[in-house]
Design a protein around this ligand. Structure first.
Ligand code: ADP
Length: 659
């Protein structure tokens, strides 16, 4: 065993030659060796751990033998020298060897160790004969040369094997690379973000995904082109300059929501982009390219900006109108008042005002109604429009406010429903109304007694003229009496309104037939106007218990409005019917009608529709207010249906006296 056996074996194995097929290059060498030395057998024997294996075996079918009968195992123990055994039968080392004594009959052996560059003897090139023999010097030297040739051949072979494996690796690597590349490309193509790769000083477009091409409004023809040449419309934005800095500094560059105006597909447009230029590094730290990623955020930014503008103008409007605003979350009931709202309730801007605290400031008799209004708006989505007085938190001043709000349904984006609205100070308006009301009350009161006297005198005059047969004076007196009656009822209305304003309405109830009262009212109405017909189909007897005068006022009011607000028509229908235990009176005209927005406010005190048609019709806006107050005081209902341009039906209903 050579002393460095393990290393020698490792060296041998590095040739990866054991158990490989025969090769012509090696067979040529054994052929030569056998020819030169004149021996029938020549072998290239490689000494493995337990065997000698023949890479080439000229003159024998044997491909290997056990190591312990190997001649070569001896030869390699002396790498520098050739082992020649002229007659094996007389050599103590070999005379008992089965190769000598057996069929093989090896009587002569000469082997030259195959020594590699590191000095390891891998095996030997040997020649064998069945007879004893002695090699000539020339033969010995030729055998050595051939052995050197075998080693060279072995080395060459190893190189080839190495090259082949390296080639395979490269091929595999290449295959891997293309898969990786394909995957990378797919990722880049499908990333929902515009991406491009730039290299060189002029930021040549090496690659761009579909989104980037779309953003540029280009196609693949731009690949390989310098940036500014490919995208002349972006030249003024000078992206390559920024990219070059990224190149030099090796630091990424990010921009958020940058506004750009450029020609896109032939049209100048405004865009907003969030983009990054990211340097790509080689293993040695050098930048080899720029990854350009960008996100078109135009829609988002434009939406946000228009929302901001809308919010700003709303804020300005709210501010200049001195409106208080509030917000109540539909699910959590969290209440958020604005500073102005807090002010309206008498709170200082920095103070917190809870919902309950705000409600507490409302004058007691209105509180329940407001709470109910808010609740109905929040739960049923009902419109919220209320006027009520507040006692200011700090200074205990009384202030009237009007609050209008609405429930905003949940949005698709998941925002919970919320109830929000505005509130403004109407104290001055209320004071004005009060002054107006006081004045009307006072004037009416002053007018009432002269009117009563006038009525008396006119009746006397009519009586006298009747007796004297003075028809003209009689008729004139009758008409004057009708006018005085109308005036009295107007003044009574004013007085009632004034009293109502101060909560002093009084009902004098009695049982009477509503159908008769309607007839009477129609007759009175006929006296004071000459333009319209009243159509009143026969109606069954309907008994009610109510203030006869006041209900009469209501009917007269509806009749006179029907005439007043239908100048182009000449017919008014009056109906009386019983519906669900209620007597219902309807007055229908074919006049100008009322828009839905105005319909809501019609029963408010002093409200009048402002339009070209109503401009020349005189009135005070208290008639319907009075009607509503009177009917509600009786526990009845009042309402209307109207179509602008087609006419209106005003109705009221009162409980009938059960038979
Ligand atoms: P006015 O004294 O102004 O008639 P009312 O309270 O009776 O006051 O009516 C309020 C407003 O309602 C009127 O100014 C008018 O614009 C509108 N209105 C009332 N009745 C009718 C009707 N039949 N057709 C159209 N508009 C009407």
């Amino acid at each position: 065993m050579p002393p460095n056996e393990q290393d020698r074996l490792a060296a041998l194995r590095s040739y990866r030659i054991l158990d490989t097929a025969t090769e012509k290059d090696f067979d040529d060498l054994t052929e030569l060796a056998s020819a030169i030395c004149g021996t029938p057998i020549a072998l290239i024997s490689l000494v493995d751990q337990d065997r000698q294996w023949f890479k080439s075996h000229k003159g024998t079918a044997l491909t290997e033998t056990h190591r312990n009968i190997s001649f070569c195992a001896h030869a390699i123990n002396n790498p520098k020298e050739m082992l020649e055994v002229p007659d094996t039968r007389t050599d103590d080392r070999f005379k008992d060897n089965p190769l000598v004594t057996g069929d093989m009959q090896v009587n002569f052996y000469a082997g030259v160790p195959l020594v590699d560059e590191q000095g390891f003897a891998l095996g030997s090139l040997c020649v064998l004969d069945h007879q004893p023999k002695q090699l000539t010097e020339a033969q010995q030297s030729a055998l050595k040369t051939l052995a050197a040739q075998v080693v060279t051949q072995l080395k060459l072979r190893r190189k080839l094997v190495e090259l082949e494996t390296a080639g395979n690796r490269i091929q595999k690597l290449n295959a891997l690379l293309t898969t990786k590349e394909r995957e990378a490309m797919q990722i880049i193509e499908n990333t929902p973000m515009a991406m491009a790769l730039h290299t060189g000083e002029d930021m040549q477009i090496r690659f761009a995904n579909n989104m980037m091409l779309k953003a540029w409004g280009k196609n693949e023809t731009v690949f390989g082109m310098p940036f500014n040449l490919a995208l002349p419309e972006l030249t003024s934005l000078d992206f390559p300059r920024t990219m070059r800095q990224v190149y030099r500094k090796g630091i990424p560059y990010h921009q958020t929501e940058e506004r750009m105006v450029f020609k896109h597909e032939g049209v100048m447009k405004e865009f907003y982009y969030t983009y990054s230029f990211i340097p790509l590094f080689l293993p040695d730290g050098q930048v080899w390219g720029i990854l350009n990623t960008s996100h078109n955020v135009t829609k988002m930014v434009q939406n946000r900006l228009s929302l901001e503008r809308a919010e700003e103008s709303l804020r300005l409007a709210v501010q200049s109108a001195d409106l208080g605003t509030w917000y109540i979350d539909g699910s959590t009931r969290e209440f958020t008042p604005s500073v102005r709202l807090k002010e309206l309730f008498g709170y200082l801007p920095h103070e917190t005002m809870s919902y309950d605290a705000a409600i507490n400031q409302i004058v007691e008799e209105y509180r329940g109604k407001v709470l109910q209004g808010v609740e109905e708006a929040l739960t049923l989505g009902k419109a919220y429009d209320m006027e009520y007085p507040i006692i200011s938190h700090h200074d205990q001043q009384l202030r009237w406010v009007r609050a209008t709000g609405k429930l905003y349904p949940p949005t698709e984006e998941g925002q919970a429903p919320f109830f929000s609205g505005t509130m403004f100070d109407i104290t001055e308006q209320k004071k004005d109304e009060q002054r107006k009301s006081d004045f009307i009350g006072m004037v009416s009161h002053e007018l009432k007694s002269p009117l009563t006297s006038l009525n008396g005198f006119l009746q006397m005059l009519q009586l006298k003229a009747g007796k004297a047969g003075d028809q003209f004076t009689f008729n004139t007196a009758a008409k004057s009496i009708a006018q005085v009656k109308k005036m009295t009822s107007t003044i009574n209305g004013f007085l009632n309104a004034a009293r109502l304003g101060s909560g002093k309405i009084q009902l004098h109830k009695q049982k009477f037939l509503l159908n008769d009262l309607i007839s009477e009212s129609i007759n009175d109405a006929l006296l004071s106007q000459e333009t319209h017909f009243f159509h009143y189909p026969p109606c069954r007897e309907v008994e009610i218990e109510a203030d006869r005068d006041k209900i009469g006022n209501v009917i007269s009011n509806l009749l006179s409005n029907a005439v007043k607000y239908s100048p182009g028509a000449n017919q008014v229908e009056v109906n009386c019917l019983i519906e669900k235990g209620q007597a219902k009176v309807c007055v229908t005209d074919h006049g100008m009608g009322i828009t839905p927005e105005d319909q809501n406010k019609l029963f408010d005190r002093f409200f009048r529709v402002q339009s070209m048609e109503t401009r020349h019709i005189s009135g005070h806006g208290i008639g319907l207010y009075l009607c509503a107050e009177i009917i509600q005081a009786h526990g009845g209902q009042i309402g209307l249906q109207s179509q602008p341009g087609e006419g209106s039906t005003f109705w009221f209903s009162l409980p009938v006296v059960s038979q």
